[in-house]
Design a protein around this ligand. Structure first.
Ligand code: ADP
Ligand code: MG
Ligand code: ZN
Length: 487
């Protein structure tokens, strides 16, 4: 029998805001010494009152709109009760039956196939404190307690580990475009749980699901889901049943490991948060927020392809990050048709992104402005410098902030297209290499490339390769050589 996987994802994303969800403490928890960004509210002292953070509500609605959700006119906060050391109040303020956003979807593409993943809900809650387990006990840092946290839940529409991966990559790209989340999974700013079940292919009902936690990277998500699908399939094949459990991902052994049973639903005794008024979300307010939506990665991708003829795989890379996309757009604008958009894309994908990764602060901090990049590309396109030299110049531009023209002049890198000068070099190289010349004359055509290489080396990559080839061909034929290979 053939089996198919059914997967639903739950993603927790810390909302980037100045202050915490229900108090005025700074939400910048990571760079501060432990337990310095705290107050009676986020420490859960008796008698204090929460006040909802409007910026976090707006960021969550903005996210819902980007995910094609409905924003119902009414929403409220609820208490989710459970005892845990990282939860000082003994309950978490979350949202139960009236989340801020419902019924959305996100389109992803996997292996050239378009898939629609429905979004069940996006709700807002507060993060817990951070526990650090040390020899002999545990430490608690309350800086993170009360930081706004969005939860984004899909319907069980995902059918493979690859789709789950693609969903997460697209979701992170959107969250970062919106500026609502850093997308940093390794630091826990974005945390993901995968619900995985397997059923006979074609069946209508879902199988029993297993929840997989501790997924600290995109790679882990893909590996853990693939592992879990395999494990459950083998159980079913043997006629055994899958137990409803929570599993963790063991990064070392690359396998899912049992954490706890979920055969009995946890009872969180949800009830409406009595200390916060319910939220009435006016249509006007929602429309004001909607106007803040930027062009999203999928739309950018499509436009790069349709409007500028960019190769789909390059468009995907260039649109994934907003700073990169905007840099590219500015460069294409500066090129103003003189340099083709795809040529700009090639330089971006191959050279600029690598240099930006190596540079501190990435592309945003780079001293090479889009118009400076275009000036360099133009020098290459016009033949003022060779492609090889161009790459070297770009690296120096990133390192020093100097302009292309300046570097080329100072270092004397202009391409040598002077046929007389180049012919003298060709003659010299042939004279200096009687052995290889003899081999060539005897029919060993590969020596041609050796001679070209020698001339390039002698000119430190500055010789115009087309002129060099033509001259070399002439000189070799003069010496009685066979017809040289055409480039
Ligand atoms: P829980 O109450 O255990 O959190 P929910 O019904 O709220 O379960 O669903 C949580 C996530 O699990 C959602 O993304 C949902 O789509 C997914 N899900 C629900 N049932 C299944 C199933 N049988 N197999 C895979 N995913 C599922
Ligand atoms: Mg769950
Ligand atoms: Zn506080």
């Amino acid at each position: 029998m053939e089996y198919e996987a059914v997967i639903g994802m739950e993603v927790h994303a810390q909302v980037i805001t100045a202050s915490k969800m229900f108090c005025g403490c700074s939400a910048d928890y990571a760079s501060a010494p432990p337990n310095t960004h705290t107050c009676p509210v986020c420490l859960g002292m008796p008698g204090v009152l929460p006040v909802a953070n409007q910026a976090a509500i707006e960021a969550t609605i903005l996210t819902g709109l980007a995910l094609n959700c409905e924003i119902p006119p009414f929403s409220k906060f609820d208490r989710k009760n459970y005892p845990y050391p990282d939860l000082p109040k003994g309950y978490q303020i979350s949202q139960y039956d009236y989340p801020l956003c419902i019924n959305g979807y996100l389109d992803i593409s996997v292996g050239g196939q378009q898939r629609r993943i429905r979004i069940r809900r996006v709700h807002l809650e507060e993060d817990t404190a951070k526990l650090m387990h040390v020899p002999g006990g545990s430490l608690i840092d309350f800086n993170r307690a009360g930081v706004p946290l969005m939860e984004i839940v899909t319907e069980a529409d995902i059918r493979s580990a690859e789709e789950a991966y693609a969903y997460l990559v697209e979701l992170r790209s959107i969250l970062r475009y919106l500026g609502v989340n850093t997308g940093n999974m390794e630091e826990g700013a974005m945390r993901c749980e995968a619900n995985v079940s397997v059923r006979p292919k074609g069946a209508q009902e879902f199988g029993t699901k297993v929840e997989v936690k501790n997924l600290n990277s995109f790679r882990s998500v893909r590996l853990a889901i693939a592992y879990e699908i395999e494990r459950q399939t083998r159980l079913l094949e043997r006629g055994e049943r899958v137990h409803q459990v929570t599993m963790g991902w063991d990064e070392e052994r690359l396998q899912t490991v049992f954490q706890r049973s979920k055969e009995y639903a946890e009872d969180y005794r949800y009830f409406p948060e009595p200390d916060l008024p319910p939220l009435e979300l006016s249509r006007e307010w929602v429309e004001v927020i909607r106007r803040r939506l930027p062009e999203l990665p999928a739309a950018k991708r499509a436009r790069f392809i349709a409007q500028w003829g960019i190769k789909p795989e390059d468009a995907e890379i260039l649109a994934a990050d907003r700073a990169v996309a905007e840099y590219f757009e500015a460069a294409v604008g500066a090129a103003n048709g003189v340099v083709a958009p795809q040529t700009v894309a090639n330089w971006m994908v191959v050279e600029v992104l690598r240099l930006a990764r190596e540079a501190e602060g990435g592309l945003e901090a780079a001293r090479v402005l889009p118009k400076d990049l275009v000036a360099l590309i133009q020098m290459v396109a016009e033949g003022a410098i060779t492609q090889t030299v161009g790459k070297e110049v770009l690296a120096e531009m990133f390192a020093t902030g100097a302009k292309a023209e300046e570097i080329v002049e100072r270092r004397g890198l202009r391409q040598i297209s002077d046929a007389d000068a180049l012919r003298r070099m060709v003659e010299e190289v042939l004279a200096q290499n009687p052995g290889p010349l003899q081999q060539y004359l005897e029919g060993k055509q590969t020596v041609f490339a050796f001679f070209v290489g020698q001339i390039m080396r002698a000119t430190r990559g500055k010789a115009n390769p087309h002129i060099v080839s033509a001259l070399l061909r002439e000189e070799l034929e003069k010496r009685g050589g066979p017809a040289a290979p055409t480039p």
